[in-house]
Design a protein. Sequence first.
Length: 301
Amino acid sequence: MLYRIFIPLMLRLFAGPALAVEDPADSTIALSGRVPSTITRSFAMRNYERIWKAVAPEAALDRRAITVVYYSRLDQRKQSVRLPEWGGGGAVGRDLIVIPIDRSPLPDVTLPQVTVHELTHIALERAYGRLHVPRWFHEGLAMTLSGQLSFDEQLSLSRAVFTRKLLPLDSIEMVNRFDVHEAELAYSESHLAVAWMIDRYGLDGIPELLRALRSCGSFDAALKQEYGLTDAELDRLVRNYIVERYRGVFFFSDAYLFWFLGALLAILAFIAVKIRNDKRKRLMEEQECAEDETADGKGTA
Ligand SMILES: [Zn+2]
C-alpha cells in the first residue's frame, strides 16, 4: 500500500518544480538579460497582480509593459542606473526594473524576492502617480509584500534597540546615502513600520491611506485623516512596537555576545580548575608532612 504514496512522493521530489505555464498572449512583463532559473514571467505576473490587488484593489490592473533586466557585475557599465553598493535592485520610473544577479542584496534576500520588491515600487508609482509617499513607506511595503525577513534584520533591529540607535522614520528619506549598516537598519525599520500598520489597521488600511493621500495631497494629512495620528505619534508608536519585539533578542542573537559569554565561561572554568589543583596540591603536601612526622617518630623509638 505504501508504494502508492511513496512513488508519487519520490516523483514529485525529484521532478523539480512544476513547469510554469506562460501565457503567450500576456506581454505585460518581459524578463531579459541573465534571467535566473528561479524566475519565470508567470511568477512575476502572478506577483504583480497580487501586489496590485493589495495596493489599489479598486483600480483596473495597469497592463502596460514592464521590462525586468537581470545583469551581472561584468555588464554593469551597460546599465544607465547606478545603484548604491548595497542595492539589490532598482525600479526606474514606471516601466523598468534592473536587478544585479551577483551582488548580495540587502538585507539577505533572494532574487525572486528582489523582483517582487521592485514590482511593488512600480505598482505604487503606477497606481498613485507622483504622490509624495515617504521612502520608509515605499520600502516597508515592498519588503512586506515580497516576504523579506532575515536573521540580519532581527540582528540589526535588536542591536539598535539595545544601543538606543533606532532611526526616526523621516531620516530614512536619504537611505541611498547611507552605508551598508545604516541602510540595513533603515530597511528593517521601514519593514516593521508597515508591519505595525498592517497589524493595527489590516491590509485594507494600506490602500485606504493611499487614497486619502491622493485626496489630501500630503502624507501627514492622510495619516491624520485615516488613522488619527500625527507623524510624531506614528514614529513613537512604531518605535515602541520595535522595542517591545526586539528588546530581549539581542542577548540571544548576537554573535559577539556568544563569543563574550564563551570567553567568560572559559575564564571561569580555568579559575575553577586552578582552585581545585591548588587544593589538591595543598592536601598532598599536608599528607606528605604527616607521613614524614610518622617516619621520624619510628626512627626515634
Ligand atoms: Zn526598494
